[in-house]
Design a protein around this ligand. Structure first.
Ligand code: H2U
Ligand code: ZN
Length: 349
């Protein structure tokens, strides 16, 4: 089967990172839509909102006051999903009811004191400061004895369940490797054992040769729609150099990462001329855990945006996708071609 056939007929593609399969149905692209449409994003957001729990100087839900911060600001989530000070314990009721206490830490990271900006609208210098903060947090959290995995992420926009337009992300640090990371660690480990090299280093080389799924690139990073993408405009940002986590990046690479993050999100906003919703986050794991778990990862940044055809029509992961496997209509190659062709300047500027 060649790529022309792949762009014409239903087929399955294997996700190299997770081992999962995804169904691609290019012939289904034009189906009519009479289902739910998303709300249009709110316009005219103020630079400072007295009702925002993330703006400088404001009080949060439990009465703590935010400092008058200038760049980034990090605090322990007041409604954390994980707690660090809990007893250990396991329930293994004859192997049928299995549970385990899970220690962890959840933090909120404000990207900017400005309530009305998004990453796509921030300047690269300020995005670099966010990357420095993510790096510092990753280093600090991974140094704690009870922490074995740290996921740095951002939910952007109401369509992704984000409760507040103030530019912010979260960090969840856990004792266990969560499923999404465990799958990747296994895949990297197996690949390294079989081929004696890094899975993402090899994958990136193939994508750079083929070119058909590339979205944007600079000297240090490449953004592409992965071959196995299941969200319509999903992208993956990969450093050209093999680094396992954010702490291994040089200053120059942090600046280049800020540039590609900005470019990727500007292209997203330009797609439907709106502040584009997404969930994004890093997968990273340093050398510390390599021996027992199959090897360090190659740092990468996933973007999972839900929108499909317009600012108001989203993809739902339901039915066959919940019971069987993920499915997409527009092919990764078509999505990459659209994103690649979009202007590099934000439509508002
Ligand atoms: P969202 O990105 O999902 O909107 O998350 C914002 C987080 O901020 C959410 O996890 C936390 C919520 O628990 N939060 C606080 O820690 N303090 C508050 O005063 C309100 C919200
Ligand atoms: Zn705010």
């Amino acid at each position: 089967m060649d790529i022309i056939a792949l762009n014409k007929y239903p087929h399955r593609r294997r996700n190299l990172l997770t081992g999962e399969w995804i169904l691609v149905s290019p012939q289904r692209n034009e189906r009519p839509w009479q289902g739910q449409e998303e709300d249009q994003p709110v316009k005219n957001i103020p630079a400072h909102d007295i009702n925002c729990y993330l703006c400088p100087g404001n009080e949060r839900a439990k009465g703590i006051k935010n400092p008058d911060y200038q760049d980034t600001f990090v605090f322990d989530n007041d409604f954390a999903a994980l707690l660090s000070d809990i007893p250990s314990g396991v329930l293994a009721d004859g192997g049928v009811l299995v549970a385990k206490a899970e220690k962890g830490i959840c933090r909120v990271v404000c990207f900017s004191p400005r309530h009305d900006l998004t990453i796509a609208e921030m300047d690269e210098r300020d995005i670099t400061k966010v990357i420095e903060e993510w790096t510092k947090q990753y280093r600090e959290l991974m140094a704690r004895p009870e922490i074995n995995a740290v996921i740095v992420f951002e939910n952007r926009g109401r369509a992704m369940g984000c409760s507040n337009p103030h530019p912010h992300g979260q960090i969840w640090a856990t004792e266990s490797l969560p499923r999404g990371m465990e799958q990747e660690v296994e895949s990297f480990g197996r690949y390294r054992q079989e081929k004696k090299c890094c899975l993402l280093c090899d994958y990136l080389e193939v994508e750079l040769q083929k070119g058909e799924r590339l979205v944007a690139q600079n000297e240090r990073f490449v953004s592409l729609v992965p071959f196995w993408a299941c969200w319509p405009y999903e992208t993956l940002i990969i450093p050209r150099r093999h680094v396992s986590d954010l702490t291994e990046l040089t200053e120059e690479e942090r600046v280049a990462l800020a540039a590609i993050i900005k470019l990727n999100t500007v292209k997203y906003d330009n797609l439907f001329k709106m502040s584009f919703p997404y969930s994004m986050g890093f997968h990273q794991l340093g050398v510390g855990l390599s021996a027992q778990d199959g090897g360090p990862l190659h740092l990468h940044l996933h973007y999972y945006p839900p929108l499909l055809r317009s600012a108001t029509i989203r993809k739902f992961m339901v039915g066959f996708e919940l019971l069987g496997e993920a499915q997409r209509d527009i092919t990764p190659e078509q999505a990459a071609e659209v994103l690649r062709g979009l202007p590099v300047e934000h439509y508002k500027s």
